[in-house]
Design a protein around this ligand. Sequence first.
Ligand code: NAI
Length: 305
Amino acid sequence: DKITVVGAGNVGATAAQRVAEKELAREVVLIDIAEGIPQGKGLDQWESAPIEGFDTRVTGSNGYEESAGSGIYIVTAGIARKPGMSRDDLLTTNAGIVRQVAENIARVSPNAIIIMVSNPLDVMCYVAMKASGFPRERVIGMAGVLDTGRYRSFLAEAIDVSVEDIQAMVLGGHGDTMVPLISYTTVSGIPITQLIDKERLDAIVDRARNGGAEIVKYLKTGSAYYAPSSGAVQMAEAIVKDKKRILPCAAWLQGEYGMKDLFLGVPCKLGRNGLEQIIEVELTDEEKAALRKSADAVLEPMALV
Ligand code: NAI
């Protein structure tokens, strides 16, 4: 009945607004360390309720008490990329922030589900899981939905079809090594390779891989937040409505895909209990090698936290 968003910056505030407009909870709490910011943004959003027609009460706070009993926490606290920075450049600063956030969540809402957004995503999931002491079912990372969203939107544009008809999955870590699965990309069930030539497809895969950097280059002062907040809220919706959706999410692997003890993007079934199942799909040798390489890129910064 209550969803909390930690970090009232670009991604967090937009996520709170989307949750409210979709009425995914009766109450949304925005938390941030910046004084006045979550209170001001929360009040502003609540004042849009009569106009937009939602009854979700949005409030803001600098503390965690108001969020007690939340079923879901969307964690977006931390610093974002600027031009020239990689996601890994955010590691030390954000690890300290996420550790403190996760401890507070565990203290006031011991049964909550955490949807991690802060970067570097896969490592921050690990920090949150350790600091909260939550089982893997309740710490899930958002990256694959966004990376897939980018890939799907570029494809829809290229072949001029509805974005909704494009099914796809991008696996692996949230970085340059992400693994778009071409063999599982379809347009209303039609394999994508029947609708676009290899050269154009490769260019789209490449653009999706660098989709985050493309936005950073335009914005200069920050990174993407409309599509990232959509991704986090889609995951929250799957959980709140117990939809059993299969979405690419960062999950703590325990032998799946031949890997253990790291967060990596894989197809996950999301429902009331959070991560309800990791779906293991067949991969080509090339995709397996790419996933392995992506895992290595996650393990390296993980050793530093
Ligand atoms: P932002 O700078 O607009 O907002 C971050 C907010 O976190 C600020 O309001 C700041 O005051 C707050 N904050 C800092 N320390 C805090 C603490 N200890 N407790 C509570 N709040 C705290 O940044 P933006 O654009 O919203 O991005 C947030 C994070 O999400 C970044 O790390 C960014 O890299 C990441 N991100 C991840 C994506 C993904 O696909 N997983 C996509 C887009 C962004």
